[in-house]
Write a protein that binds this ligand. Structure first.
Ligand code: FAD
Length: 367
């Protein structure tokens, strides 16, 4: 079956990989818009600690976390030497003792259904600081051993490289989309029409530009995120992810980088500027929890545009009334976690296979 994936972020790359793995003839087209969310995303993979418990959201998010292990093993078995993923554990905190107790109660409910989340243990403030030395001295925490991090650009590249090995084609450019009278999607690229049996639109926050002319507008709205990268002098490779319970977070990478995220700006549209207020907000939030970062070198602030739906429930699946058009979108602030599984689900739906999760709750609106 001939498939075209529009968008090469985490969701589009994972869809391309899963389609190629299933034997489909697949082409992925990516415009690489500035602000592509995947390239700015922090990379925390620890869905079990989220404060949000809306069932449709949590089901996909947690399943996305569980799928990581399988995906990484699959890529490694295929010869990939760097997937960008590392299980480093997570320290979950609260603003106060009550907030920490709520986190403990939430995890107690969720962990029996999530063996991938690993082992939960209590850490005194001193023990937490031993694991993440930049933390303040008064931050007791819960430690979840299954928490991890991913360098999203590396994982995306690995997915696309494996897909290419399996025969997928990759094109850079801005695709156009129309529907014929029968509801069949047609993709155009630089004046040419590309034939396809299935078209999967994974265009992130920019998808409305393609969907609006089809009467499918306003399904996705952009949320700007500014995220700060610092460098420390010491090795931080195995420091855990920090989830302070404030909406902000910290994580580290092997090149002595500490990442603090992030702003959530709903009214900034597609603005890609690093602002003074954005930097200040994120640095203040980070240094409040980790004063040991005060002397770190500021190496960059990245900006990304998260794709949100109004109800915050992702869209994954076929557009009702169309013949072969599917949409994957709205993965908001959790798409590096849910994106790989989301791509697998989209590929299964596109190929008419049974899906690992029931997609009814994620159906896009129809024509
Ligand atoms: C600051 C920040 C921190 C984050 N941290 C985390 C985190 O820690 N954990 C987590 O799980 N998630 C996180 N996220 C969320 C995650 O990054 C996103 O949900 C995810 O990357 C969305 O992937 P996507 O493929 O849907 O969209 P994108 O990565 O935005 O990719 C969409 C692609 O579609 C292309 N496109 C659009 N229109 C066209 C067209 N007409 N033709 C061709 N190509 C087109 C664009 O150019 C773009 O490359 C974070 C996001 C941000 C911004």
């Amino acid at each position: 079956m001939k498939c075209i994936v529009i968008g090469g972020g985490m969701l589009g790359a994972a869809t391309t990989y899963s389609l190629a793995l299933a034997g489909a003839d697949v082409t992925v087209i990516d415009a690489a818009h500035p602000g592509k969310a995947t390239l700015a995303g922090a990379g925390i993979i620890c869905p079990w600690a989220t404060v949000r418990d809306q069932p449709e959201f949590y089901r996909l998010y947690a399943a996305g976390g569980a799928y990581y292990r399988r995906l990484i093993a699959e890529l490694e078995a295929a010869g990939c030497s760097d997937t960008g993923y590392r299980q480093v554990g997570a320290l979950i905190m609260g603003r106060d003792a009550d907030a920490l107790e709520s986190a403990r109660a939430r995890l107690a409910l969720r962990l029996p259904d999530a063996p991938e989340a690993g082992v939960l243990s209590e850490k005194t403030a001193a023990e937490a600081q031993a694991l993440f030395p930049a933390l303040g001295p008064d931050r007791p925490a819960l430690h979840l051993s299954g928490g991890g991090r991913v360098e999203a650009a590396t994982l995306c590249a690995a997915l696309l490289a494996r897909a290419a090995d399996l025969g997928a084609r990759r094109v850079t450019g801005t695709a156009g989309l129309t529907l014929d009278d029968a509801g069949r999607p047609q993709v155009t690229l630089e004046g040419a029409t590309l034939p396809a049996d299935r078209v999967i639109v994974a265009g992130g926050a920019w998808a409305n530009e393609m969907l609006a002319p089809l009467g499918l507008a306003q399904q996705v709205r952009p949320q700007k995120g500014q995220i700060v990268h610092l460098r420390l002098a010491q090795d931080v490779t195995d420091w855990p992810v920090i989830l302070p319970g404030t909406g902000y977070y910290m994580l580290t990478f092997a090149d002595r980088r500490v990442v603090i995220g992030a702003t959530r700006e709903d009214d900034a549209g597609f603005d890609q500027r690093v602002t003074a207020a954005g930097n200040l907000e994120v640095l203040q939030a980070g240094l409040e929890f980790a004063p040991g970062l005060a002397g770190a070198e500021h190496i960059r602030t990245k900006v990304g545009t998260r794709p949100f739906t109004d109800g915050m429930v992702p869209m994954l699946g076929a557009v009702p009334g169309s013949q072969g058009l599917l949409i994957g979108n709205g993965l908001g602030a959790w798409g590096l976690t849910a994106g790989p599984l989301g791509g697998r689900l989209l590929a299964q739906a596109a190929l008419g296979m049974a899906t690992d999760l029931d997609l009814a709750a994620y159906a896009p609106t129809g024509l």
